[in-house]
Design a protein around this ligand. Structure first.
Ligand code: A2P
Length: 348
């Protein structure tokens, strides 16, 4: 049993923060002290952890003085604001935001794929984008056997990716529509209930949105394959939690279907869900609350001899965010990599 450590959750009242608290408890994480931080709006709110009532604190300059590990999930600008303070206090920050993911010197980690890259952190470790994590867990085991040449992915992303208030908004919109009331989108730009729309993150000059480019750039960094060809279409769908993805993989020679199944059956963090007789495959309601990425409908691409098709569902809040962050923290503890080098991470 490792020596218990002092942990702070930045964004403790959010969708991911709430899951982080539950996971710390259910996984029996070696914890000496838990500090729950959020915005001033939540100061004084009480949250229970292991039978103890903890009060939410607003973040201040001294919040991280007595902390070994910060699990941050309060958005990019909050991470930007506090990263320097956290690193200078000697704590390690596992950051769920996109603020530092592509910075050199900041490892971007999925423990099933590139755990060794975490050894070289300088105080900040980035937790990848949710759709990227889920895809990586499912396809990296195949990439290890036979290198992937090209990935074409379409996502079906739940409301949870936009936070707790977005999930609430979908519920309210559903009720409004069913009772004939007008729908007022606030978190999302358009109604999501009984609707879907291409991911609303900002568009680049080539017409790709930021979410799609995260899948491209982050997958290349995690796989350590800077030239890997990837194209993505990201879509928000009216599902509360758990994202789905349709993935087409191209290899340089045919990938035997039975081997692909065998590889995925043994892959860490993956659960094969394929009942061809009953046409039963992964669904977001089955993936919700689960640790594993559910993978199914693995089939030969009829349009390309070297292609494979697969379908996955994974809990966005869990493996797509909170669970991956906790697994990174567990890795740091297990390998004794927790101590921050406190060196100059460029924190702009
Ligand atoms: P609060 O609940 O007080 O607004 P989600 O991603 O589910 O929307 O959650 C975002 C989390 O980040 C919440 O815990 C939220 O706290 C927290 N948060 C948002 N802005 C700040 C901030 N400026 N400082 C600290 N925590 C913040």
């Amino acid at each position: 049993m490792s020596k218990p450590i002092r942990v702070a959750i930045l964004g403790a009242t959010g969708a991911v923060g709430t899951e982080l608290i539950q996971l710390l408890e259910s996984r029996n994480f070696p914890i000496a002290q838990l500090k729950l931080l959020a915005s001033n709006r939540s100061a004084g709110k009480i949250i229970e952890f292991k039978g103890e009532k903890l009060s939410i604190e607003p973040v201040t300059e001294s919040s991280f003085q007595d902390v070994d590990l910060v699990l941050a999930s309060a958005g990019g600008s909050t991470s930007q604001t506090w990263a320097k303070t956290i690193v200078e206090a000697g704590a390690v920050m596992v950051d769920n935001s996109s603020a530092f993911r592509m910075e050199s010197g900041v490892p971007l980690i999925v423990p099933e794929i590139n755990p060794e890259a975490a050894a070289n952190h300088r105080g900040i470790i980035a937790n990848p984008n949710c759709t990227t994590i889920l895809m990586g867990v499912a396809i990296y085991p195949l990439h290890r056997v036979q290198p992937i040449k090209r990935i074409v992915v379409s996502t079906y992303q739940s409301a949870s990716g936009a936070g707790a208030r977005a999930m609430e908004e979908v519920k309210v919109q559903c009720q409004a529509i069913l009772t004939g009331e007008p729908v007022k989108p606030e978190i999302f730009p358009y109604p999501l209930a009984f609707n879907l729309f291409p991911h609303n993150s900002s568009l680049n000059s080539q017409g790709y949105c930021t979410e799609e480019m995260k899948m491209v750039k982050e997958t290349r960094k995690i796989f350590n394959e800077p030239e890997l060809r990837i194209t993505a279409t990201c879509v928000r769908v009216p599902v509360l939690r758990a994202h789905s993805e349709a993935i087409n993989l191209e290899f340089d020679k045919p990938f035997d279907l039975a081997t692909a199944r065998e590889v995925l059956n043994k892959a860490p963090g993956v659960k094969l869900v394929e009942d061809w007789e009953n046409n039963y495959f992964p669904m977001p309601i089955d993936a919700s609350g689960k640790d594993e990425v559910l993978v199914g409908r693995i089939r030969q691409d009829i349009s390309h001899a070297n292609g494979l098709e697969l379908w996955l569902c994974g809990d966005q809040i869990r493996k797509g965010a909170a669970l991956n962050a906790i697994q990174i923290a567990e890795l740091l503890i297990e390998k004794n990599w927790l101590k921050s080098a406190q060196s100059v991470v460029k924190v702009s």
